[in-house]
Structure formats: structure tokens, C-alpha cells
Write a protein that binds this ligand. Sequence first.
Ligand code: NCD
Ligand code: ZN
Length: 379
Amino acid sequence: MSKIRLPGLVDAHVHLREPGYEHKEDFASGTCAALAGGVTTVLDMPNTNPPTSTPERLAEKARLAAAKAVCDVGLFVGATNTEGDAYLSAAERACGLKIYVNDTFGSLRIDTLEMMHRLFRSWAEKAAQVGYRMHGAAKGLGPITVHAEELMVPVCLALSHLYNVPLHIAHVSRRSEIELIRKAKERGLPVTCEATPHHLFLSVEDLPRLGPLGDMRPRLATPDDVAALWEHLDVVDVFATDHAPHTLAEKGVGASEAPASPPPGVPGLETMLPLLLTAVHEGRLDVQDIVARCVDNPRRIYGLPAQPDTWVEVDVDAAYTLTNVGLKTRVGWTPFAGRRVYGRVERVVLRGETVYQEGEVLAKPGFGKVLFQESIAGR
Ligand code: NCD
Ligand code: ZN
């Protein structure tokens, strides 16, 4: 048995579903799943119901998270076609702005270039007043994070370049996308990107086995696309799960009739670290590659505060099979069930307190902090 200590991981892309979809997840169940996965900070996406698209809704979400979370939580604001940049006066209390330019779960889809101009312009104007937190300042704005696939990648790169706004491209999944991002970085564009474990460890070849549990946005890609992510790993700044829980019934598992439009998305918080440590075991990654992409880079990109006296104890040689049994996510399943992995999270210490040990969450609801809520108080 060999034990190592890692810093608490950041998962920069999770959907904790509150408010509106608490039957899938909430701040309590989702942050328990985070701790079980060695994650001590999550950044929560705005495609809830209602979406986090106004200052009032951000404040309400912060209140819910503060009461229930057992790890630290940052909250994205999101742009809508109808409300535009209504979130702007609360932008400093968000970890970043999320823009969806492709269809996915929820109502947050921007579909005109005119609105994209407005969103990038107003974020740039606000940043001219308050600065960017990602540049090392304690206050200011985070990046614009986009769900942009295929031809939408160059659209977002161009807007980021023209308005000089830091852009973070979520869940890159295709060769064409990662090759373009490499070129953009070589040209000095202010762009960073992330890849999910499911796009690194699954492909279309897994679809017959996974059935509806292999459906997410972006969809699983070809083995050549997966190979491209590994080839261009130096361009991938962040590993993040896109933890997107939906119930088995919603996915159409066990239903007599397939649902008309099953929601895309898969849970991931509890399986990211064992999958990455298995890649270490196989010699495809080293531990420092994980720490860079799950701690240092997300912290820099989003300007996250350090967590003192915080670490994760992992037995890197523990070999076991991932299963649906005992998962903390409310939906109780993983697309990786049945996969043999190495690396078990044994204990998590957050700010000096043991918050997770041997399968049990020990932290009380509300132990987690909601990030950036104080940042504009007293100004
Ligand atoms: C996400 C969800 O369910 O909220 N689904 C997904 O397939 N990834 C939405 C998203 O991030 O696109
Ligand atoms: Zn997502």
C-alpha cells in the first residue's frame, strides 16, 4: 500500500441542480459526492431552474449553498437571450460567466451574434472597472466560460480576442477543437480549456454498452478524437467532470417506453480521481499532471482562494471496481460502473477538519464556504 497526500481538488464544472432539480442533486448530496471524490472546491453551473441569470437568483443560490454545502462552492452566472447581461451588477460574486452557444440541458442558450457582442462587450467594460481576479487580484471578474462545440469554438475565440476577454472553453472533445485551441494559444490568445474524464476515457465505441447512459453534451467522440486530447495534453489546462446528474428513469433505464427526449449528462464527481490515478498507474500521466489540472490551473484561471490545512489522503495502489453502490450522488449511478481502477480516497481534511473518512462524510451541512460573496461588501 502506498499512501500519498494531494491538495484538495477543484472541480471547475459541476451541476448541483439546486434550485429546481433537487430530485437529481442538491448542494448537500452534490458536495458530499465531491468530498468522496477528493474534491474540496466545486464551481456550480447556472442552468438550474430558474437559471442563475440575475443578481437576486445568484444571492438566493448562495444562501442555499451556504446552508447545505460540505465543501467550498463557487457559483457561475449565466446569460439568457431574454435577460441579456442582467447578472452584471453581481458579476464579482460569481466565479465566472457561463455562455451556452450549443443546445444542451436547460434554457440557457444564446443564439444570436448580436447578443454575443453584448455579453463580451459588457464583461470587458465591467473588467475595465474592477479588473480580472484571474490575474492574481483578490477581487474582480473571472473568465467567460463557454459551452462551445465545433464551429462555435472559433466564434468564441474570435470574440475573446476582439474584446480581450479571458475565455475558458469547457469540455473540449474533438481533435479539430483541441488543434484550434493549440493554434490560438500559440498566437497568444487569452484562452484556456478543459477536458472531462468521460471524453478522456470513453468514446463512441462504448455507446453500445452504455446505451442511454452514454449520452451527454458534447457527445462521446471517436477514438481518434480521444487520442487527440491525450496527444495535446499540454494544451489542456483543466480536468473537470461536467458532473451532470439525471435519474435513471429520466435516462430511460428500466422504463417500458424510452423517454421522448432524455436529458444529456452523466455524473462524475466520485470517479474522476480514481480514473486519473489509474492513468498514472498505467504510465499515461504523472501525479503532477493531475495536481496542475485539478488544483493549480483552475485556481489560477478562476482566481480561487487557497484552502489552508487542506489535503486528500489517497491509497494509490488500492485496486477495485467502480460500482453504483454507495455513491453519494443522489442519482446513484456512474457510466464507469464495472471499470477496474487504482486509487482510493481514504480521508479528506478541509481547513484542519476531517470532513471525509472511509466512505463517511463527517462535515456538517454549511461547513463549506460560498466563494466571493464578501468581495464587493463594504465598497
Ligand atoms: C449538462 C446538464 O445536464 O446540465 N449536460 C451535459 O450533457 N453536459 C449541461 C451541459 O453542461 O451541457
Ligand atoms: Zn456542464
